[in-house]
Design a protein around this ligand. Structure first.
Ligand SMILES: *[C@@H]1O[C@H](CO)[C@@H](O)[C@H](O)[C@H]1NC(C)=O
Ligand SMILES: *[C@@H]1O[C@H](CO)[C@@H](O)[C@H](O)[C@H]1NC(C)=O
Ligand SMILES: *[C@@H]1O[C@H](CO)[C@@H](O)[C@H](O)[C@H]1NC(C)=O
Ligand SMILES: *[C@@H]1O[C@H](CO)[C@@H](O)[C@H](O)[C@H]1NC(C)=O
Length: 421
């Protein structure tokens, strides 16, 4: 059996198991083109429990390349690009049948955030423009579509991070100019938003470098929240910071627009009396990269990873060096416990056309190998057919998307990367 791991964005994971006759021969893995054009850029994607993937982009950037069905159109006087838009900005990809259908998203999901509820429903929150305080629900069912709830959030949430909690609610943390968090669904007896000074402290003036914080649930029930170059452990129920972690050595920022990526490594010792948990943060861009990129200077991205045992009494970051620098990379856990590091660029920064030099080689990180022998470079695919290049600059479109797009400047194509064991 072959394990096929599809690409994913920050907090979206998507794993398929399939016997695959179309593999390329690249050692350690290969690329397969699934769909030459799905018409919607996969800025965001989420695998659901019915083996379908919800893909969406943004609504305020003009027409997509996928029509809405049955002559439907979106009439949105608030839209900044197209007030009557008969194209889709979201699609559902069916892994089993390799088919896709258009979905109807009503408001702007640009740089929104989401989490899956225990019952399998995707709760997507915020975004930009007319969508920044909305909640959108997508249930996994064959014909379901987006359901929107206007102004269901306490605050605007653009570049926020969501996480599912043990009580089945989701927490929504930060976002541009939001130094607070809130929960969804709301409970009646609680304030709508809770202040989080950590997001003020980690906000670099005029650059931010603390958006889309990396958030993981620790084994003690508290939330590990990383922004910029450091992290806290938050007792979110009582709004108390219970631990402050040291800065990553070097002090370089790892959060948007200096976008690196992070994973909670697989928990290895579940039988132990005190279970240990480790977080890995990789790549990003040195402080000032975004400003330099706007002036045409695309400095090298960071090539370091930092790993920390978040359950330790006095936790310390351990540094490692990746085979290549990478900004806007994505990391996802593979079924065998390894980490796939994929996407991104070797120069510049996240944000508007600010990156150069796409990194075509995904890297496998083997957490249990000895320090110094954990990274393995996989080969890019040379067999990809030519795909139409859309008008927009692809770097900005794929900022948080599939490796796919970066691979051949093909924002609308869907590919999967397969690791052979
Ligand atoms: C998608 O692109 C193709 C090729 O450019 C074009 O023929 C088609 O009309 C486009 N469809 C939509 C809905 O934009
Ligand atoms: C799952 O829970 C959400 C939030 O409570 C609810 O809106 C949704 O209808 C539920 N989904 C299913 C499939 O029951
Ligand atoms: C990044 O640079 C800005 C401007 O020079 C500075 O204010 C900020 O403290 C720096 N951030 C870090 C994390 O060093
Ligand atoms: C990327 O950064 C390296 C190291 O600073 C530099 O030599 C190279 O010219 C840069 N590439 C681009 C496309 O700017």
């Amino acid at each position: 059996m072959t394990r096929t791991a599809m690409l994913s964005f920050l907090f979206w994971q998507l794993i398929i198991l399939s016997a695959n006759p179309y593999l390329t021969d690249a050692a350690g893995g290969g690329w397969q083109l699934l769909q030459k054009c799905i018409g919607v850029s996969a800025m965001h994607m989420q695998l659901l429990n019915n083996d379908r993937v919800v893909i969406f982009d943004r609504t305020d950037f003009g027409a997509s390349n996928l029509s809405l069905p049955n002559g439907k159109c979106r009439n949105d006087p608030n839209d900044q690009a197209l007030k009557v838009d008969c194209t889709a900005h979201s699609a559902e990809y069916n892994v089993a049948t390799n088919t896709f259908r258009a979905l109807f998203v009503q408001t702007d999901t640009w740089c929104s955030s989401g989490a899956v509820m225990p019952n399998g429903t995707l709760i997507q929150t915020g975004g930009s423009n007319d969508g920044d305080q909305n909640v959108r629900i997508f249930k996994p069912c064959p014909r379901c579509d987006w359901i929107e709830m206007s102004n269901a959030l306490a605050a605007r949430r653009w570049y926020a991070t969501n996480h599912i909690l043990p009580n089945g609610r989701i927490i929504i943390i930060g976002g541009r100019r939001q130094f607070n968090y809130e929960f969804y669904p709301k409970s009646n007896d609680a304030p709508n938003a809770y202040s989080l000074p950590f997001l003020v402290q980690t906000n670099d003036p005029n650059i931010e470098n603390n958006l889309y914080p990396f958030v993981f649930l620790n084994v003690d029930g508290n939330l590990f929240i990383f922004a910029n170059n450091r992290a806290i452990l938050l007792d979110y129920a009582n709004n108390i910071v219970v631990k402050t972690y040291p800065q990553i050595p070097g002090g370089d920022p790892r959060s948007y627009p200096s976008t690196g990526s992070a994973v909670l490594l697989p928990l290895m010792n579940l039988e132990a009396q005190s279970v240990e948990a480790e977080v890995l943060v990789c790549g990003g861009a040195p402080n000032g990269s975004y400003t330099k990129a706007t002036k045409g200077n695309f400095v090298s991205a960071l090539n370091t990873c930092a790993r920390i045992k978040i359950t330790d009494r006095s936790p310390q970051w351990v540094m490692e060096t990746m085979p290549t620098p990478r900004v806007m990379g994505d990391m996802t856990l593979l079924p065998n416990g390894n980490v796939l590091i994929i996407n991104g660029a070797a120069n510049g920064s996240a944000g508007w056309e600010s990156a150069r030099n796409p990194v075509l080689n995904p890297v496998i990180y083997r957490p249990n190998n000895a320090l110094g022998s954990r990274f393995r470079v996989t080969k890019p695919d040379y067999h990809t057919p030519n795909v139409p290049i859309p008008r927009q600059s692809y770097f900005e479109m794929v900022e948080y998307s599939l490796a796919v797009a970066i691979l051949k400047a093909a924002t609308y194509s869907l590919m999967c990367f397969t690791q052979q064991n």
